[in-house]
Design a protein around this ligand. Structure first.
Ligand code: DHB
Ligand code: FE
Length: 284
């Protein structure tokens, strides 16, 4: 861990990068929502807000605190962080409620498309002497009918041993701990990486101020992010956690599911841990 890296990782900098990343991505349909649907959703959101104000007899001081906090969230670029921590998990639940295959969970604000393509057995791009326990993550991508999926891709991205993501914290190589692994003819893959550290929501921005004001903690458990896809199948966006890790039971982003907890074992030879996890994809 280098102190300079920690010092320079500010909420405003990672917030601005996350906002920029979101804008460049613009999910399909983002700007194309039916008038009737907007009317229904916004009217219900406002009614729920009015009900809360009446029920708790919200004061002008509290209303002004909310107003100034909302202004700050925008200034800090922390809307992607706020929404992905406290709202996205329910959107994901609804989006994937009918899937039969592997469980998904939230994407979070730090995905970057087009990471370097790597062969079926590969090491994620990392620095010489990258800190953290070596991890071999291996498995197979299958269809719900059991067929191994040739040409499946496993995009993986995760924080380093300091809990920092490349392209969102300064001083890290562009694609550090990010890669797109192309599975073999059977859908099999082996990815060598290092275990990430738990991730702390930046404490110096507006989300950090909310967490402090409410007396919450600011942590997500250590996690691997993945997007797994194959021709003719639905892409799955998910995360995997580590059994017994800190905050697995009280993730601030409410994104942990029992099916997503890995239990790696020590490797037979050398140092590090290994784990096998298979992905089952629904047909498109
Ligand atoms: C946030 C960060 C993450 O790494 C994640 O997986 C989800 C949310 C966040 O800061 O909003
Ligand atoms: Fe994350």
């Amino acid at each position: 861990m280098t102190d300079t890296t920690i010092e320079q990782a500010t909420a405003a900098a990672s917030g601005a990068a996350a906002t920029e990343q979101f804008r460049s991505k613009q999910r399909a349909g983002t700007t194309d929502v039916d008038t009737k649907r907007v009317d229904t959703l916004v009217s219900d959101l406002l009614s729920a807000t009015h009900e809360i104000i009446r029920r708790h007899k919200v004061t002008y001081a509290e209303y002004d605190a909310l107003k100034s906090w909302l202004i700050r969230v925008g200034e800090d670029g922390e809307w992607p962080l706020f929404l992905d921590v406290w709202v996205e998990h329910v959107v994901e639940e609804v989006a994937n409620e009918n899937r039969e295959g592997s469980k998904g969970t939230i994407e979070g604000p730090y995905y970057v498309p087009d990471s370097p393509r790597l062969p079926a057995e590969a090491t994620l791009p990392m620095r010489d002497g990258e800190q953290g326990t070596a991890l071999l993550f291996q498995g197979q991508v299958r269809s719900v009918d059991g067929t191994g999926l040739a040409g499946a891709t496993i995009e993986m991205w995760h924080a380093d041993n300091d809990g920092l993501y490349s392209q969102f914290a300064p001083g890290l190589p562009e694609w550090n701990l990010r890669g797109t692994v192309v599975a073999d003819d059977q859908g099999d893959f082996k990815i060598h990486t290092v275990e990430p550290a738990p991730y702390q929501i930046p404490t110096d921005g507006s989300c950090g101020r909310l967490i402090a004001a409410a007396g919450w903690h600011a942590w997500r458990p250590a996690h691997l992010h993945l997007k797994v896809s194959a021709p003719g199948h639905q892409l799955i966006t998910t995360q995997l956690y580590f059994k017994g890790g800190e905050h697995v039971v009280d993730d601030i982003a409410s994104a942990v599911k029992p099916e997503l907890i890995l239990d790696p074992s020590p490797v037979a030879e050398g140092t590090g841990r290994e784990v096998t996890y298979d992905f089952v994809l629904d047909k498109a």
